[in-house]
Design a protein around this ligand. Structure first.
Ligand code: SAH
Ligand code: SF4
Ligand code: F3S
Length: 447
């Protein structure tokens, strides 16, 4: 047999796609592929795509356009589209871009090796089903290779909430939680391979309700996310636990309590609200209002006063008036976000809001600029306030300057420290000395 075939995966979109790409690379490892970090020498290219906004989806076609010369120079090269665009557009991709050999939706990744064999034989392959079996059971077992200090772990996938603007319920399917025993086993395996921080992933991760492990005390109902986090916290060598993304309506009392008393659960919460206007929230089908969100934030801060809150906003949702936008600005002022993502509304085919009249794009653009200016100011104020404080930092990689190491604080701030002898995977106490636009600098404190 000739040398291993090479697989190049390009990942767009959210953290779940990052996790899925890792699992696809492992599954393809079983089919004789090793990963390469450039498309130039690849035998197969997989684009793991995102459909959330029009721009994200269009990127796929421009990337495929750029790959034409590669395919012309190497007719054996196979090109696949995975992820949410694959799910949403299916065989339309094969029609629009005939050089694509394979289209695979997010719930069918365990079938990739079989699909690869088909395209090697000269056929095209399309799979966008939502099969009943658990893809994670069928994906190849993780090889025991060492890993970096941080990892993602998907525990819940899909969404039943159907916000009026959002494609996720269609691209990822119905909400499904993985059994707690399987999550714990995967976490132990990651820790054995060097991981010290795990971020639990789900489109609505706090709605997690996974089957309880059988081994312990028999079936005792589903586990909540809080219960899962407490069990994970008992794993020796796992030092930090995070989770994302949460929905305000699934922020249960036991999860809020865990923020107060579970030391390994980091003081950071991504809790998108999308808008501060009750009228717009209703039109978005969010099923919560601005006041209930603010009260929820208060309760979370009562449990963990230093928690850093992050969020997502959409401006220019159909029907949004200047008064609605003023409500959003007022909510942001009240919350004080440490981190935030904000987007101009993008109409997505197949979603209820896509039928409604758009806000003038210039007006929406102007609102986005005003919102982002406020969010950036808050973010910077909260980051600047870290100067002089002592934080824990998990070092992930060498910094830009010689002798520097970079990592993340418990509040997820990027921190760099110049100290000889620091290594990747070290978790150390650091005093923050400086705040730059996107990172903090600090010095080690003797333990
Ligand atoms: N499950 C998460 C978010 C998923 S999508 C949640 O419920 O909060 C990530 C973010 O993209 C959303 O929070 C929203 O702010 C943004 N987004 C989703 N659909 C969008 C659209 N059609 N136009 C603009 N932004 C959108
Ligand atoms: Fe999309 Fe709403 Fe589900 Fe989040 S909760 S994934 S925004 S439909
Ligand atoms: Fe994008 Fe799909 Fe994630 S649409 S944001 S890759 S769930």
């Amino acid at each position: 047999m000739a040398g291993a075939k090479k697989l190049y995966i390009k990942t767009y979109g959210c953290q779940m796609n990052v996790y899925d790409s890792e699992r696809m690379a492992e599954a393809m490892g079983g089919a004789g592929y090793v990963e390469t970090d450039t498309p130039d020498d690849a035998d197969m290219i997989l684009l793991n795509t995102c459909h959330i906004r029009e721009k994200a989806a269009e990127k796929v076609y421009s990337e495929l356009g750029r790959m034409k010369p590669l395919k012309a120079a190497k007719p054996d090269l196979k090109i696949g589209v995975a992820g949410c665009v694959a799910q949403a557009e299916g065989d339309e991709i094969l029609r629009r871009q005939p050089m694509v050999d394979l289209v695979v939706g997010p719930q069918s990744y365990h079938r990739l090796p079989t699909m690869e064999a088909r395209v090697r034989a000269g056929a095209t392959a399309l799979d966008t089903e939502f099969p009943a079996e658990d893809k994670f059971d069928h994906l190849a077992a993780r090889p025991k290779a060492q890993r970096g200090p941080t990892a993602f772990l998907t525990v819940q996938e899909g969404c039943d909430k159907f916000c009026a603007f959002c494609v996720v319920p269609y691209t990822r399917g119905a909400e499904v939680s993985r059994p707690a025993g399987k999550v714990l086993a995967e976490a132990r395996d990651l820790v054995a391979r060097g991981v010290r921080e795990i971020t639990l992933l789900g489109q609505n991760v706090n709605a997690y309700h996974g089957e309880a492990p059988q081994a312990t005390n028999g079936p005792d109902g589903d586990w909540s996310l809080a219960r899962l986090i407490r069990a994970l916290a008992e794993i020796d060598g796992l030092d930090r636990i995070r989770y994302t993304t949460s929905h305000p309506n699934d922020m249960t009392n036991d999860l809020i309590a865990a923020h107060g008393d579970c030391d390994k659960l980091m003081p950071y919460l991504h809790l998108p609200v999308q808008s501060g206007s009750d009228r717009v929230l209703k039109a978005m089908n969010r099923k919560h209002d601005a006041e209930s969100y603010l009260r929820l934030i208060e309760r979370i801060r009562a449990a963990r006063p230093d928690i850093l809150i992050s969020g997502d906003f959409i401006v220019g949702f159909p029907g949004e008036t200047e008064a609605d936008f003023a409500d959003t600005m007022a909510l942001v002022e009240a919350v004080r976000y440490g981190q935030c993502y904000s987007f101009k509304y993008s109409a997505r085919p197949g979603t209820p809001a896509a039928e409604r009249a758009l806000v003038d794009p210039q007006v929406a653009g102007d609102r986005l600029a005003r919102l982002q200016a406020l969010l950036t100011r808050q973010q910077r104020e909260i980051q600047d306030a870290m100067v002089g404080r002592t934080v824990s930092v998990l070092f992930e990689r060498p910094g830009r300057l010689a002798g520097q190491m970079a990592g993340k604080s418990d509040h997820l701030h990027a921190v760099h420290v110049a100290a000889p002898g620091l290594a990747t995977g070290d978790l150390r106490t650091v005093r923050i000395t400086e705040s730059a636009p996107n990172s903090l600098a600090g010095e080690l404190i003797a333990a």
